[in-house]
Ligand binder design. Structure first.
Ligand code: ADP
Ligand code: MG
Length: 388
């Protein structure tokens, strides 16, 4: 008996069925979960994303008729486009994530011919696991093979981010693309785009607990938080002229500057300043195999998002609390922009299955929301795959 069909086989089979020939290249890239470092990216700070073992595969081959075509297992109607020249397709067409990457290659002087692509993935879309960056990164990796281009990790992540800005119309930060291209667990400096790798041992699992409440961080609330951070920087600059972003601010500076700012702006700034410190402390604790400290930092991060940044919800607080007090759990926190979405928890691998089941059950019983759990481990970044 043969096993389940792999994603590589799915992408290649879809390619053959749709475009009636063999793909010339195949690549895959992972989704990610942010372990700690929330709302720090646009403050030039630190984030700690972990690329996970849910991936997007892209199979590719040059076109024969000068037209490009894109198809996905989740969008079986092929999208045809008269590209190149590479331009945005009307509406919020999913294939813009693919065409946008091709446009970025062309902008960098690569000669990108018309091509056909097929996509297969086991990442849920729109669930906060960054399926969009995985699609861009896998497209970039497959396209690099097709046109024999070679870009560094940072160049690839930056061009994927630009594709999302310009073709998908989403002004995302750089975290998702860096995580997907680089893979593993990384502590990323969002100012310099340099990163350090962190080893997460096999004894630890990440369990992503979805609250069943769709992420509701409207652009207004997001922009409001950004505005409050900018306001804090502006006020601190009068005393500390070298301050470019909250990244440059210490707790001591913030306490001195407090008298000039509203209580709300102070608390928003305090979240960002302390969150940056927590990311760095978590990286250090991992290096010392001190998972209790990592768990404590996750908890502190959650409290800070709840009380200072005010982006949590009662149900999310409850979910994080149920998770934190379950056996085998080191710590749990809201992950993602907020107002819904998921909680990430760090759990002993041997306890992880029971943990997932029990936490979801208790959460459902107490809220009547349909929570779900997904256990993940760190995975490699963008990579070439053998066509199957
Ligand atoms: P997230 O990145 O958190 O999953 P986004 O809204 O940023 O959510 O990106 C989701 C969008 O990315 C989808 O609506 C779709 O346009 C595109 N996308 C991602 N993965 C795929 C896929 N496998 N097939 C087709 N489109 C995809
Ligand atoms: Mg996305």
């Amino acid at each position: 008996m043969s096993g389940p069909i792999s994603l590589a086989e799915q992408a290649c089979a879809l390619f053959r069925a749709t475009w009636r020939r063999e793909p010339a290249s195949l690549a895959s890239s992972p989704g990610r979960v942010n372990l700690i470092g929330e709302h720090t990216d646009y403050n030039d700070g630190f984030v700690f994303p972990v690329a996970i073992n849910r991936r997007t595969f892209v199979a590719m081959g040059a076109s024969r008729d000068g037209r490009s075509g894109f198809v996905s297992t989740s969008r079986p109607d092929p999208v045809l486009a008269d590209c190149p020249p590479w331009r945005r397709m009307e509406g919020d067409c999913w294939a813009n994530y693919v065409a946008g990457v091709a446009a970025q290659f062309a902008d960098r002087g690569e000669r990108v011919p018309a091509f056909c692509a097929s996509v297969a993935s086991d990442l849920p879309t729109g669930a906060g696991l960054s399926s969009s960056a995985a699609l861009e990164a896998a497209t970039a990796a497959a396209l690099s093979q097709l046109v024999a281009a070679s870009f560094s990790i940072t160049e690839l992540a930056t061009l994927c981010q630009k594709a999302e800005h310009e073709f998908a119309g989403v002004r995302c930060g750089i975290m998702d693309q860096m995580s997907s291209v680089a893979g593993g667990a990384i502590v990323l400096d969002c100012r310099t785009l340099t990163f350090e790798r962190v080893q997460i041992p096999r004894e630890l699992s990440l369990v992503i607990l979805d609250s069943g409440i769709p992420r509701g961080l409207s652009a207004t609330r997001y922009n409001e938080r950004r505005g409050q951070c900018e306001e804090g920087v502006r006020l601190l600059k009068t005393r500390y002229p070298g301050t470019e972003a909250l990244r440059d601010v210490t707790t001591e500076m913030l306490n001195i500057g407090r008298k000039n700012m509203s209580e709300t702006v102070f608390r928003r700034c305090r979240h960002v300043v302390t969150e940056n410190a927590r990311v760095c402390a978590a990286a250090k604790a991992f290096a010392e195999n001190d998972f209790r400290t990592v768990g404590k930092l996750l908890h502190e991060s959650h409290v800070s998002m709840r009380d200072d940044y005010e982006i949590s919800l009662p149900e999310i607080d409850l979910l994080a609390e149920i998770a934190s007090s379950a056996p085998g759990c080191y710590g749990a926190r809201l992950t993602g922009a907020g107002f819904g979405g998921a909680v990430v928890s760090l759990v002993d691998t041997c306890a992880a299955d029971a943990f997932a089941e029990e936490v979801v059950e208790e959460y459902r019983a107490k809220t009547s929301k349909a929570g779900t759990a997904m256990r993940v481990v760190p995975d490699e970044g963008s990579r070439k795959e053998e066509p199957a």
